[in-house]
Design a protein around this ligand. Structure first.
Ligand code: 4AZ
Length: 841
């Protein structure tokens, strides 16, 4: 072993001369010593300062050469409008002499303007005129710069402030009206320009020109691609662009694949009309109108995913700026220009409304979409509707604006970027004394049905329908807010009163936790890895799964072990040791092909592809008779009562039934290419079904041959017996059943959003007819419910894992949509074992 160096051994914690001096100087105080030390000190100080200066200079040089002086590539794009040149068709062709002539002049004007600015001139690399379009002549350019990093901000500032003025070029004066410059990503600009995925299309009058992503729909669009389609129309026209199919990668925040539509021929950020991603159902009106006769569509993709892409078409329409108008009728409709297409940018419309006589006027906005990314909806600086100095923008649910006179001025404005669907509104005249004949008048002026007054639901939107109510026998009074609410809102885990009083008396004492089985346990027992509740509740939301005794509230793994975690299946976390909670076979269900919802008024018609597990069961004699749900490629679940023999028809006989899958409208059952027809091979109704109590109202049906899954045909997930659909949760019922009690069925599939209702309270409303195999859902106020013909169809629950589960099967009810008579559904979770035993699923 080596001995320690003895060199510094006697010196107390000192490792260099300077420190030593500092330490000992005060102790040795002779003049000589002072002089000596001072000299030495100065020398050393000089050395130190010198060294510091050298390293500072070196650092500065490194910084200067490595960072500050490093050249940065910058690309600016934009346009300038030349007002004293008439647009001619030849300007569209970059190889025409006319193009060459004008572009060289414009380029010279632009370069001169750059050179005259000391912050820009020295850094110009190139300047290219990329295109011309009408108006008078809009000249698009792409300019490249190379600038030392430390001068980049100065260049940006100079470019944003640059004024390109009218100038003389070769004895020709170019009158420049507008100049726009905007930085763009050099990488993107270059690849857009240089690659093979760049298309130039000119529409012909009366002709629709299609274009699509390469390979659509048979091959996915390429990863890491940059494509662009420059669209042109004849002079005096505008472009109407329509996406017929749009199926791209689901949207990711600020990245992923996206399509951008510009109201320009260059990818200019302030002229973006829309940025699109995800997938849109065919019924979504994805149509855009340009302000001039040009448009640019770009596609940027990342390195992941395989998706079909888009199919679009465009036509040209006569340019018009007509919008707004003078309205003198008692009622009428007004919409943004080209509604339901996105309104064009750069528009201003005014409607001058005056209703006859002494009537007052109100306007009801049925659809309202004026949404721009990251724009405050309080001030609405960009696109807006203005009525009596109040601005409206964003995405809004239906609302009413009333005027207490016979006149109303409605103004709409869209700026140069981002457009949306716009609005559809109706205006009406009303008697000043009676704004809502036979209806209740909300404080906001909105009219609602009288039955909705004091029903516990905020139908007005401002709660004015729930003020000053006397509670009925089926209601309770909230303690502080004095509102009346249906009794079955008590203890449903939702703060319906707003003051929490409906959830007060159902809680366990303070510092106790309520188990799903009703037991109260001390709060500290939560997540202590011991099943104190006895049903696993206290260990079910602790992030991990604990093996526990099997109860109806626990999830059973294939191994036979039970775990405590709430709803562990298909949540992408392997909770069972054998992974059986994440099996591909049971998790590839409940998927909806379209990520975007169609915008329709009222919204009771389902959208195409919205409920791809919905099946229509037909008999030859009656046509559509019952609904069903697809749960695998060959198995349907429906209600047992649909298959009970009746006089004259053997409904239990599989051969009388035909199943239609992928169906939207009964009228197109045989003509739609999306519909698949199957005969039924086998029907098995639950042996415990009682046609007296409707207990165990479930049956499974086997198709004669498997179906292939498509955008319109998908299986729904079957919930495990432990899956909880909490009271108060919003859930959807769908079907082609009667539109009113005793009425006729719907042609287009209908949907309704309802809520799960507390079992105990519902049982009171239905005089004790509920069993543990039933769940209640609907509205006590009535009005929204399943009805005859919906039976057997799904009660679909959108769960937090993004999948849709079959919470119930439409079973029975007392009439349809009656007050205090919610619909009753077969509880599918309670049938889990029966389904497994019978279908193997
Ligand atoms: C039926 O007759 C039926 N309101 C289905 C559901 C409901 C009522 C009747 C629920 O098929």
């Amino acid at each position: 072993m080596k001995e320690p160096d003895i060199k510094y051994n006697n010196r107390p914690q000192s490792f260099n001369g300077i420190e030593e001096m500092v330490e000992f100087l005060p102790a040795t105080n002779t003049k000589k010593m002072e002089k000596m030390t001072l000299k030495r000190k100065l020398v050393i100080l000089g050395v130190v300062v010198g060294a510091a200066l050298v390293s500072l200079a070196a650092g500065l040089l490194v910084w200067h050469f490595a960072y500050r002086n490093v050249p940065v590539n910058k690309v600016f794009t934009g346009y300038l409008t030349v007002s004293n040149v008439e647009f001619v068709d030849a300007f569209e062709n970059p190889s025409s002499p006319e193009f060459a002539n004008l572009s060289s002049k414009v380029k010279e004007v632009l370069l001169n303007a750059y050179r005259n600015d000391p912050a820009i001139g020295p850094h110009v690399v190139s300047c290219n005129i990329t295109a011309f379009s009408e108006g008078s002549v809009i000249s698009y350019y792409l300019s490249e710069f190379k600038v030392p990093a430390y001068l980049e901000t100065a260049l940006d500032k100079a470019m944003s402030e640059l004024k390109v003025k009218t100038a003389s070029v070769r004895r020709f004066s170019l009158s420049v009206d507008t100049f726009v410059a905007y930085p763009t990503d050099p990488q993107v600009a270059r690849t857009f320009r240089d690659n093979l995925c760049s298309f130039f299309l000119h529409s012909s009058p009366g002709v629709t020109t299609p274009f699509s992503t390469v390979g659509f729909p048979n091959y996915p669009y390429r990863a890491n691609s940059r494509c662009q389609w420059a669209l042109r129309a004849d002079a005096g026209h505008m472009i109407l662009l329509h996406f017929k199919a749009f199926k791209m990668e689901p949207c990711k925040a600020n990245k992923g694949d996206y399509v951008t539509v510009y109201d320009s021929l260059t990818a200019l950020e302030p002229r973006v009309m829309v940025r699109l991603c995800g997938s849109y159902p065919p019924s979504y009106n994805l149509t855009f109108v340009s302000s001039q006769n040009v448009m640019l569509v770009t596609l940027v993709t990342d390195n992941v995913g395989k998706h079909p892409g888009f199919l679009a078409e465009f036509t040209q329409i006569q340019r018009t700026t007509l919008c707004g108008g003078v309205l003198r009728e008692a009622s009428g409709v007004l919409t943004t220009p080209f509604y339901p297409a996105h309104y064009p940018p750069n528009r201003e419309c005014t409607w001058d409304i005056q209703v006859p006589g002494n009537q007052f006027v109100k306007i009801r906005f049925l659809m309202f979409y004026l949404l721009e990314p990251s724009v405050p909806i309080t001030t609405c600086p960009n696109d807006y509707v203005e009525i009596r100095n109040q601005r409206f923008c964003g995405e809004r649910t239906p609302f009413v604006v009333s005027s207490n006179s016979s006149k109303m001025m409605v103004k709409f404005r869209s700026d140069q970027s981002y457009t949306d669907t716009g609005f559809m509104a109706e205006y009406l005249s009303y008697e000043p004394q009676n704004p809502c004949p036979d209806q209740f008048t909300c404080k906001s002026g909105r009219c609602i049905d009288l039955v909705r007054r004091c029903d516990g639901w905020n139908d007005c939107g401002d709660s004015s329908d729930e003020a000053l109510c006397t509670c009925s026998a089926l209601q309770f009074s909230c303690k502080t807010s004095q509102l009346c609410k249906p009794k079955f809102f008590l203890c449903d885990g939702v703060n319906d009163c707003g003051d929490g009083t409906d959830e007060l008396d159902c809680k366990c004492p303070e510092k106790y936790l309520k188990c799903r089985n009703g037991k109260c346990i001390p709060q500290e027992q939560k997540c202590d890895r011991t099943d104190n509740c006895g049903d696993g509740t206290d260990e079910s939301e602790c992030g991990d799964a604990l093996t526990t005794a099997c109860t109806e509230n626990t999830f059973k793994c294939d191994s036979g072990n039970c775990i405590t975690k709430l709803n562990p299946e298909c949540d992408t976390v392997k909770d069972c040791a054998d992974g059986s909670d994440e099996k591909e076979t049971s998790c590839s269900c409940g998927k909806r092909p379209y990520s975007r919802k169609t915008r329709i008024v009222g919204g009771v018609n389902a959208d195409i592809g919205e409920w791809p597990w919905q099946v229509s069961l037909h008999t030859k004699r009656d046509g559509h008779t019952c609904g069903a749900s697809l749960v695998s490629s060959t198995v349907l679940l429906s209600a047992a009562h649909c298959f009970q023999d009746a006089p004259g028809v053997r409904y239990s006989d599989a051969s009388v039934w035909t199943a239609y899958l992928g169906l939207h409208d009964q009228a197109t059952r045989t003509s739609s290419p999306d519909v698949v027809e199957r005969k039924i091979k086998k029907i098995v109704a639950h042996r415990g079904f009682s046609d007296y109590t409707y207990d165990n109202d479930i049956a499974y049906l086997e198709l004669d041959s498997p179906v292939t899954y498509t955008d319109f045909i998908q299986p729904i997930c079957i919930p495990e017996s432990s899956r909880v659909f909490p009271v108060g949760k919003s859930i959807w019922v769908t079907g082609w059943g009667a539109l009113s009690e005793g009425g006729s069925g719907a042609s287009v599939l209908q949907k309704a959003e309802i809520r799960i209702i507390n079992q105990t309270e519902c049982n009171k409303l239905l005089e004790g007819q509920l069993t543990a195999r039933m769940i209640c859902a609907g509205y006590v106020s009535g009005g929204i419910d399943a009805c005859q013909g919906d039976s057997g169809g799904p009660l679909s629950s959108v769960e937090t894992n993004g999948k849709v589960y079959l919470a119930g099967v439409v079973s029975w009810g007392e009439g349809c949509a009656r007050r205090n008579k919610p619909g009753i559904y077969t509880k599918v979770a309670a049938m889990r074992d029966w389904i497994k035993q019978n279908t193997g699923l």
